[in-house]
Design a protein around this ligand. Structure first.
Ligand code: ADP
Ligand code: MG
Length: 353
């Protein structure tokens, strides 16, 4: 006879840590949340500093609207947000964050420090956080936000990510792999927000690995990040589809450009997401244009009526689905097709074969 184990309630701190580890699976996820917060705050400059692939240090400095000193006590608690007030707001939410979960999650699995200054404040304030709450920066020190020097905007540092979740920490392959994922996320947001200047560098290095200027248009930004070979072969299209209630904006390579793997940057309502269906449909458009085994570069931004996308999906679910998906995917594919056929690709295409 086996003994029946008794059921016990988990400690709240353990519950929070488990939940946080599900939302933040690697440094790049945490950084994505922090970038979205900086963009939500209206920043035009975002500087990112990374140590050991973000596992030792993730730091983001922005020039956005900052956080009021009075809010610093609750900013890292779960479900505290300045963006959503009632449930109905979810259907028209325009900002990235909407449920006050990101900073809380990060503070459960890393040492978080926030330094922030609003325009009207005399000075900046700095505070440290642990498990969603203000925490003394050193044993014995006060946990209250401390006045300090600082520019308008917010600097957030997350140190020793997963220090208390050793299994998650061990599951991550290498710092350089994590750093590449970080660069990928930064690059994508930089393209989508070409009027915002982004830099990303490793601590100790004087040169940035991503650097974009705030005045650039999307082609310039793509050039700054992905190089001239793609930037000089881009087509652009902007189109509205009133019956389906969506809008698309795309920059995509013509038939003169091709690489071994598709680079697909997809934003839906300004969130970085993935859609296997859209990607497949686009690759299909290109199969007749590109040599076998070669693929395009495609940046696609969709604005779909919030009524038709469920924004309340779990943050870890990057793969999105929406209403009228099949029709929308078809419309996107045929729009790209038309543009590609209208361009001078056919000449190039025929001489290639
Ligand atoms: P959400 O983005 O869903 O509101 P977060 O946990 O990401 O939740 O952030 C909580 C709150 O902290 C935000 O609503 C915002 O008011 C504030 N905040 C976070 N990051 C910044 C930032 N970089 N600049 C200004 N305010 C910020
Ligand atoms: Mg957020």
């Amino acid at each position: 006879m086996t003994t029946v184990p008794s059921i016990k309630r988990l400690d709240q701190a353990v519950i929070n840590r488990i939940a946080a580890g599900e939302i933040i699976q690697r440094p790049a996820n945490a950084l994505k949340e922090l970038i979205e917060n900086s963009l939500d705050a209206g920043s035009t400059q975002i500087q990112i500093l990374i140590k050991e692939g973000g596992l030792k240090l993730l730091q983001i400095q922005d020039n956005g609207h900052g956080i009021h000193k009075e809010d610093m006590g609750i900013v890292c608690e779960r479900f505290t947000t300045s963006k959503l007030k009632k449930f109905e707001d979810l259907s028209q939410i325009a900002t990235y964050g909407f449920r006050g979960e990101a900073l809380a999650s990060i503070s459960h699995i890393a040492h978080v420090t926030i330094t922030t200054k609003t325009k009207d404040a005399q000075c900046a304030f700095r505070a440290s956080y642990s498990d969603g709450k203000l925490a003394p920066p050193r044993p014995g020190a006060s946990a209250d936000p401390k006045p300090c020097a600082g520019n308008d905007g917010t600097q957030i540092t997350a140190e020793d990510l997963f220090y208390n979740v050793p299994t998650r920490r061990r599951a991550l392959k290498s710092a350089s792999d994590e750093y590449n994922r970080i660069l990928d996320v930064v690059s994508r947001y930089a393209v989508h927000n070409s009027t915002v200047s982004f830099t990303c560098r490793k601590q100790g290095s004087s040169t940035a690995d991503v650097q974009t200027s705030s005045t650039s248009n999307i082609t310039d930004t793509i050039r700054q990040i992905y190089g001239s070979s793609v930037a000089s072969e881009l087509l652009h299209v902007e189109k509205e589809f009133p019956p389906l209630d969506f809008k698309m904006n795309a920059s995509f390579s013509n038939a003169n450009y091709h690489v071994k793997r598709t680079t697909f940057l997809l934003f839906i309502n300004h969130r970085l997401v993935e859609s296997t269906n859209i990607k497949r449909a686009i690759e299909n458009v290109y199969t007749s244009l590109l040599p076998k085994g070669s693929y395009p570069f495609v940046y696609l931004s969709l604005e779909i009526s919030p009524r038709n996308v469920d924004v309340n999906v779990h943050p870890t679910k990057r793969e999105v689905h929406f209403l009228n998906e099949e029709k929308i995917v078809d419309s996107i594919a045929s729009t790209l097709q038309e543009q590609l056929e209208g361009s001078n690709f056919s000449r190039t295409f025929y001489t290639q074969t």
